[in-house]
Unconditional design. Structure first.
Length: 174
């Protein structure tokens, strides 16, 4: 949703942060008496040096709940923040229900899991490969392997049907 600068209601503004500064921004905003939130997700490690713990669901973005007309400068001029996301004369904000939904799914853990963020593909569902050597190809899901978070697809290529395995995060399911 878009909020004008002159709006006097409280809204969850979207702040763009410097890379890897989400946690610091949340701490500073809490010290400034603003409610700040950065949802985290626990993803499987992509490689050996990948982060082990939860990582931000939206890297380089934080939500800050503030009164737009009176607390805008407090959020905008925070260390580690590039600024509030704007579209012309309007500020980007999200509804309270969206933040409440994310917080309720986190529960006591303090993070979301990949299954809560992304539904696993179903057998027979159409899927498009987004990256890798088969980028741009569409196929049918034959099998989802949750232990390795991979999907076996049946692709129709020039020479006929070909079964390939790709990581589930590299797919967009229809």
């Amino acid at each position: 949703m878009l909020v004008p600068f002159t709006d006097s209601r409280t809204a969850w503004l979207l702040l763009r942060t410097k890379p890897k500064q989400e946690h610091n921004v949340v701490q500073v905003l809490h010290h400034r008496a603003l409610d700040a939130y950065c949802p985290h997700v626990l993803e499987p490690r992509a490689h050996v040096r990948a982060p082990v713990g939860p990582v931000p669901l939206f890297p380089s973005y934080v939500f800050a709940r503030c009164d737009v007309s009176s607390q805008y400068n407090t959020a905008h001029y925070c260390p580690g923040v590039f600024g509030v996301v704007r579209f012309g004369q309007f500020l980007a904000a999200v509804e309270d229900e969206f933040v409440d939904l994310l917080r309720s799914r986190e529960g006591e853990r303090g993070y979301l899991t990949v299954r809560e963020v992304r539904k696993p593909p179903v057998r027979g569902q159409r899927a498009r490969v987004l990256t890798g050597p088969f980028a741009g190809y569409e196929g049918l899901v034959e099998r989802h392997m949750p232990a390795s978070d991979r999907v076996r697809l049946l692709l129709m290529l020039v020479g006929g049907g070909r079964r390939v395995e790709v990581e589930a995060r590299h797919l967009r399911c229809a």
